[in-house]
Design a protein around this ligand. Sequence first.
Ligand code: PEP
Ligand code: MG
Length: 307
Amino acid sequence: AVTAPTDNGDPRGSTADGHRIALLANIGGAAELAGACVEGVGLFRTELLFQHHVDPPGLDEQVTAYEQVFAAMPGRRVVVRTFDAGSDKPLPFLSAGDEPNPALGIRGLRVVRRRAEILGTQIAAIAAAARSSQARVEVMAPMVTTVAEAAQFAALCRDAGLATVGVMIEVPAAAVRAAQILGAVDFLSIGTNDLSQYAFAADRRSGELADLLDPWQPALLSLVALCAAAGSAAGRPVGVCGEAAADPAFAVVLAGLGVTSLSMTPAAVPPVRAALAAYTLEEARMAAQQALAATDPAAARAAVSRF
Ligand code: PEP
Ligand code: MG
């Protein structure tokens, strides 16, 4: 029997020679999945659902919100990120408000130091919503810095019944210890927005420092390469979910570095899919080597575009 194509076409991403690179969506809620042609959700930014809440959302309210997203992706992967509060994403019910430098303070997973009950309720809600859904639900924590933090988060999630647990790589200390972190979790997802901010000591919202925040900076590529190599040695997935994954030429470089999935705003997926399909894995690897060997972002871009 011939399977009828869906209205959205084939969502799968792969290189010209058939090496699979999963193409996933970055979303803040179910509405952004309408009409999206994606293989799943690679980053569900749960904090966006509750950004105006003065009190912490209760268990039932969270279960309902997560179920809506899971219902849109039956049989597909949905990576739920626990609340990333603080710094550029303050949450009234979570953000400390007493820090001179919030980007270097209690944000992401670090809220567990002050408000462990909020993370506990959220993990319970994700697990409950996952149990009643057809989606392949996975969970990950933002702003993880050490192996100990990754292990603590994984234990909390597994105790709640969530089998597949990952962490975001956004802090350089975590990137250089990617291999050890993979001893504690099932997958990594590199957040290039914050990894650039912390690797280059440059506020991600500063237009004046845009040159430092350029994802083609060879030092950022080196950090991504380190994580991807750790993933391939461990046989574990390593994705990228920062905005940089939406640049088609950069996506080819990421594939060549060994990244296994790319997650981006849904509208950016079709051109990235087309770019990946135009090169073999070996060509993507050669492009990645050219970019890594460049001395600055302009040279890296030029080398890849010549290629
Ligand atoms: C990132 O930091 O790259 C990321 C994907 O997370 P956010 O942009 O939500 O901080
Ligand atoms: Mg981030």
